[in-house]
Ligand binder design. Sequence first.
Ligand code: PEP
Length: 255
Amino acid sequence: MVSQTVVAGNWKMNLGPVEAAKFARELKLPRGSTSEVILFPPALSLAALKEGLGPDSGVALGVQNVHWEEAGAFTGEISVPMAMQAGATFVLVGHSERRHVFGEADDAVSQKVEAVLSGGLTPVLCVGETLEERKRDQVAEVILRQLEAVLGPQDIRSKLVAGSRLFVAYEPVWAIGTGETATPADASRAHGILRDRLRERLGDDVGEAVPILYGGSVKPDNAGELLAAPEVNGVLVGGASLDPASFAEIVVQSS
Ligand code: PEP
């Protein structure tokens, strides 16, 4: 069983350190919320956001990408230990923009998940089909291939069975940043397919405890119905997470 609803915000390449500090000042989350709240600012803004939120905000922080090596000649990259030192506890892996804009393939996603788990952080694995794949009726095939790249390696499965956490986010590519949203029924269907595979690969207890979030144009006015859909354990919010009031409103609806 997934114990807490998750509301995560992916800022993408928006809000530098100055704007992140302003966001922290303006964010008013509902008191006593039972949801797990996570923000993924750009790595350069993480320190300012962390300082602005303070130690008791109840908001966990993550980075949007990492390299799988710990250090070395990889200009422009950041590593898991660096993210950890900066205060991140989560890492987005395989976001559709990483896959489709930067050409990140399943094997790189798998190496990153392995590195994140080895470093003691929690990966949020993003999976989702393009519009063309959807039209070809390949939703299950695509999302299971992307999930299997991570559940296939024995090393990763062993870590998960031994207690490391994994989150999965179903984000249909055609719904990201477009204003188009999957229907709650579509989201439930895709989440059910992912859940079955998680159970099969990790056993019932571990497989059932993996939160599966929906992402793709989630806004305050559609978050409630998506969060109420069977098998939807939370949301990953892009554009609407840039505004503290909209993000807080989604957290209210999740509680
Ligand atoms: C995302 O970036 O993961 C996302 C879902 O974006 P948006 O909510 O803007 O579609």
